[in-house]
Design a protein around this ligand. Sequence first.
Ligand code: AMP
Ligand code: ZN
Length: 133
Amino acid sequence: MDCLFCKIIAGEVPSDKVYEDEDTLAFLDINPVKPGHTLVVPKQHFANLEEITDEQLAKVMSTVKKVGESIKNGLGVEGYNVTENNDPIAGQVIPHIHFHIIPRKEDDGIKLWPGTPYEEGEDQEILSKIRIF
Ligand code: AMP
Ligand code: ZN
C-alpha cells in the first residue's frame, strides 16, 4: 500500500523515533506546531477511528500517555494537546490514523477553536440525532 506512515513504520522512510513497541510507534512531526510535536501511530494500517480496532486503539492511547508524560518532563512544558484529525474534512492529510501530541506553554500563541452557544432547542435536536443510549 502506498502509505507514508506504513513506509516510516517499515523503515523505508526515515523518522526521528521517540518511542516504539510491538504495536505502536511515536516519531517527531516533520513540520511541528511547536518543537517536540510528536505523532503516535498503530503499526497496523487503519485509516481512521472507524477502522481501528478497540484493542489497537487502547495500545495507541497507552503510547500517547507515555509520550505525553515524557514530553512534559523532558521539555518542561506545562501541558499538551492531543488531537486526531478524523477524515479529510477534519484536516486529515495522511490516511493512516495518528494522534498529534502538541506541547503547550503559557503565552505560546496557540488559540483553540472558538465556541458558540446553542440556540433555543437546538441542543435537544442535535441530541436526538446523535445520542447513543
Ligand atoms: P494530519 O493533517 O492530521 O493528517 O497530519 C499529518 C502530519 O504528518 C502533519 O502534521 C505533517 O507535518 C506530518 N508529516 C508529513 N510527512 C511526515 C514525515 N515524513 N515525517 C513526520 N511527519 C510527517
Ligand atoms: Zn499506513
